[in-house]
Ligand binder design. Sequence first.
Ligand SMILES: C[S@@+](CC[C@H](N)C(=O)[O-])C[C@H]1O[C@@H](n2cnc3c(N)ncnc32)[C@H](O)[C@@H]1O
Length: 210
Amino acid sequence: MNSDAKFWDRAAEKYARSPIKDIKSYEYTLERTRSFLPPHADVLEAGCGTGTTALRLAGSTAHILGTDISAAMIAIARRKLLEPDAPVNVTFEVAALDDESLPEGPFDAVMAFNILHLSRNLDAALAALARRVRPGGLFISKTVCLSDSPYRLLRPVLGLMKLAGKAPHVLFLSRKDLEDRVKAHGFEILETGDFPASPPCHFIVARRMP
Ligand SMILES: C[S@@+](CC[C@H](N)C(=O)[O-])C[C@H]1O[C@@H](n2cnc3c(N)ncnc32)[C@H](O)[C@@H]1O
């Protein structure tokens, strides 16, 4: 099994119990995302974790497929679908961000929340996601940009934690670099913002150019 999948499998139950750190920022980006999702859209959320966001957005669109590299995360997400008032238009599948296991689509919108900074090859991940957005469709993401904050000083510490299996692989991105790379994959950026502001979790809404 891939080492990222193993890390996140071990983290899944604790991740599921952890409260969202900045609920105001979370609710705000959820609301902004809702405002862009067409009601009849077929949506992919890559790196959906335990499915919280997909389930919260289900009422705003036609179908959401949540995917994640971690079978343990997907098992928790699927458990939530068994609850009596769970939405019926959400499904969850194990799939890595940047290999052939990710369903092809194309989708009307692809979402990637708190995951791009974890990719081993950002351009490969963006290419894989861009390919799954239909021309004119949307890409909506949130990505922590540690290079734009004092947290960049933690890079050596995170490197050591990763060696000890206590932290995942993490990219240190700047907001400008991230936006430039999103644009280089054929998107025009419609909206950005930082929610929370520190360390900046950069929200990007982009449209795939025809
Ligand atoms: C920080 S959590 C974010 C989960 C969720 N999107 C959220 O905002 O709460 C990162 C998630 O990305 C998943 N992940 C990490 N690397 C991945 C990859 N290469 N492909 C797919 N999922 C991946 C992890 O299993 C984990 O569920």
